[in-house]
Structure formats: C-alpha cells, structure tokens
Ligand binder design. Structure first.
Ligand SMILES: [Zn+2]
Length: 104
C-alpha cells in the first residue's frame, strides 16, 4: 500500500476559494476550509491525514478545498527574519501513536 500523496498549494492572504483547475481548465472554486487533520483523542486517521501529519506536523494551519481536497497552506505573511519562525519540525511522537508499522 502506498501512502496518500497530498497536493499542497499556497493559500494567498484572503483567499477563500480554490483556484485549482480541473482537466477542462475550469476553476474548482471550492471552499477552503480549515482542515483539522489531527486530534489528540483520535485513534484512527485516514491515509490522507497521516500524510498530512508527516508533512506538516500536528498543529500546522492548513486548509483544504472541500471539493477537490487540495491542501492549502497559508503563505507566511512576514518574510523578514524578525518574524515568527515558520518552520515545521517532524516530531517523534509519530512513533508513539503509530508504533506498529502498517503492513508493508
Ligand atoms: Zn478545489
């Protein structure tokens, strides 16, 4: 089984509709909703959620198109070095929650 691959785009400030184009070149325009892919009390995650956890860590702010499920990450507004650190670190608790490897 391969893990889900996430399609990740940058969400421009204020953007609330998906600008992904479908095969015909038409805009998706689905709503971008905050996507809570992780919850500490949840025991099971979909492949997509697991992939997001690996990619972003637990508490990243991500949005997902409700139509095509494209993931959007907010562009960090502050690109200066004085801004908050915009860095996602992989955390080892992955192993705590998923001690058993999925069958491979
Ligand atoms: Zn979309």
């Amino acid at each position: 089984m391969s893990t889900a691959t996430l399609k990740v785009k940058e969400k421009k400030p204020g953007q609330r509709a998906c600008d992904e184009k479908d095969a015909k070149g038409e805009l998706c325009v689905g709503h971008l909703k905050r996507w809570y892919y992780y919850h500490p009390l949840r025991l099971a995650f979909s492949e997509e959620e697991e992939a997001a956890l690996k990619e972003f860590g637990k508490n990243a702010e991500v949005y997902r198109c409700e139509r095509c499920h494209t993931i959007y990450r907010p562009v960090s507004a502050d690109n200066s070095t004085a801004g908050q650190k915009f860095q996602v670190r992989p955390v080892t608790l992955w192993g705590d929650f998923f001690g058993k490897k999925p069958k491979s």
